[in-house]
Design a protein around this ligand. Structure first.
Ligand code: ADP
Length: 491
């Protein structure tokens, strides 16, 4: 029987994306379709989303949802079945989905995402807009509160909350609590209270039927204080409900053989064509020719991503004969460090501060390796795109990076299974050692090619992960699953 799932999320590619969450939410419906799950995506009515909406039907009008008028509008757009929460007072503004153009969080985010979560619960329960859904799937702090609404409403609809990044807690001061419309007793430790305020993510983790996170290693890491951001105790207490399901990638959007953003599309058997893409990168980033590896960075420029450490090793990269092409935005001080490095090393380091989907594809299609020195990484997608594109990942041995890259140590190389380079401890020496190791391997063309080809053979499509989500939904919606999925405990 077809299972009807409502995914509620703050971004979904190709409508709106700021990072991996958008990619995953955009790909989930198609990933689940083969397993007889019909997924509708509820998303805020940001201007680009409203503009893209087709075949619309108004499902419901709220006269007062968190202090404003709002409508639930169903439609289709860019291959997705969506319901949009059209609340212009909340979502029609210039800037990003979470903050203004300077990156400062919108002060009313608790209302913007509280309203979205309330609407999700109303839809899932069938209180508005139709007969309801068989399961509700919420993502990160922005929508985790939807699970709490279902719980405190006493609804029977099961909820799944996925942690894409536990570092973003969605903490708000206690005085907002009455406006959330939850019962008084919800404001306690065994509820939504979190460090004296309200924790949107905590509320969801406490009340969801199932918690998933985006890789098995991260599912174990977030039980520890170093990674759990204060929620490790809750994760540990709920360990029987925590599942690690690695993200897939959209192999139609990320396909080097048919990528419209590449100067020269290519396959595993025609890797020599990557040279043309490398030439396009060199031109675009103002880089001179070179015989050493061309490293790429496509990242938020934050300490989570280890970009402060990388910014401190640019001189060594150049000294080792490497070049670097970087696209990213984030902390202004890290942006400034990379800009300074580009000025110190003209022709060797090219930096573009900004967000550009097409350039991110070109970099994967032409650079030799992608650098991902994350201090923690719930799943990470850029290494998966790198594997598929023969852009060898050099990454920290953590979270989803550890789960998806096979390190080029002697044993893996001799067995011909290595797909990248993993290093322990995000610090300058560790990073330099790893880059030096990769640079030496790069000089050995046969070895390098084998690493590239092995990565390109790896299957990180949604096939397996789509099935795991579908089975999880069915388990909680009380339908027989196709396949047993295990918690970290049971593995
Ligand atoms: P996170 O979601 O933590 O930022 P992920 O690796 O999971 O990290 O996903 C990042 C996504 O955002 C990838 O699709 C990556 O290609 C994209 N991305 C990151 N920075 C940029 C940028 N400056 N320009 C274009 N795409 C970017």
């Amino acid at each position: 029987m077809t299972l009807r799932a409502l995914s509620v999320v703050s971004e979904a590619y190709p409508l709106i994306k700021t990072g991996g969450l958008g990619d995953v939410a955009g790909a989930l419906p198609a990933a689940l379709a083969p397993y007889d799950v019909a997924m509708t995506t509820l998303i805020p009515g940001y201007a680009p989303v409203m503009a893209a909406l087709k075949n619309t039907t108004v499902l419901h009008s709220y006269t007062d949802l968190f202090g404003t008028e709002a409508r639930l509008v169903a439609g289709t757009t860019k291959g997705l079945d969506v319901i949009v929460l059209d609340a212009p007072a909340f979502y029609t503004r210039s800037g990003g989905p979470y903050g203004d153009a300077a990156g400062v969080d919108w002060p009313d985010n608790w209302q913007r995402f509280g309203a979205l979560s309330r609407a999700a619960a109303d839809l899932a329960e069938g209180k508005v807009g139709g007969p309801g859904f068989d399961v509700l799937h919420a993502h990160d702090w922005q929508t985790a509160l939807a699970a709490a609404y279902l719980h405190y409403d006493g609804a029977t609809v099961p909820s799944v909350v996925t942690v894409h990044n536990i570092a973003f807690a969605g903490w708000f001061p206690a005085h907002i609590f009455p406006a959330l419309g939850l019962p008084d007793h919800a404001f306690q430790i065994e509820g939504v209270e979190y460090y004296g305020g309200v924790g949107f993510l905590k509320a969801g983790l406490h009340t969801a039927d199932a918690i998933t996170t985006v890789s098995p290693t991260y599912a174990e890491e977030i039980r520890q204080p170093d990674f759990g951001m204060g929620l490790e105790g809750l994760i540990l207490a709920r360990r029987d409900h925590v599942f690690g399901i690695v993200n897939g990638i959209d192999t139609a959007v990320w396909n080097p053989a048919e990528d419209p953003y590449l100067a020269a599309p290519y396959e595993r058997r025609s890797l020599h064509l990557r040279r043309q893409n490398r030439a396009a990168i060199e031109e675009c980033f103002g880089l001179s020719d070179g015989i050493g590896p061309l490293f790429a960075v496509i990242s938020r420029l934050t300490t989570q991503k280890g970009m402060d450490v990388l910014a401190g090793t640019t001189d060594e990269i150049v000294a080792m004969g490497g070049r670097l092409a970087l696209i990213g935005t984030g902390d202004h001080s890290i942006e400034a460090s990379f800009n300074a490095a580009a000025r110190r090393h003209p022709g060797k380091i090219g930096v573009k501060i900004g967000y550009d989907e097409s350039l991110s594809h070109l970099l994967q299609g032409g650079a030799d390796a992608i650098l991902i020195p994350s201090r923690f990484e719930p799943c990470g997608l850029t290494q998966l795109y790198g594997l598929r594109y023969g852009c060898v990942p050099i990454a920290a041995d953590t979270g989803g990076l550890a789960d998806t890259i096979i390190d080029a140590n002697a044993a893996a190389l001799s067995a011909g299974v290595a797909t990248g380079f993993l290093f322990d401890g995000v610090n300058k020496n560790g990073l330099i050692r790893s880059i030096s190791h990769a640079t030496n391997s790069f000089a050995d063309r046969k070895t390098w090619r084998s690493i590239q080809e092995q990565g390109m053979r790896a299957d990180y499509s949604w096939k397996r992960s789509g099935r795991q989500y579908a089975d999880l939904y069915r388990r909680f919606a009380k339908e027989p699953a196709h396949m047993e999925i295990k918690t970290a405990e049971q593995r």
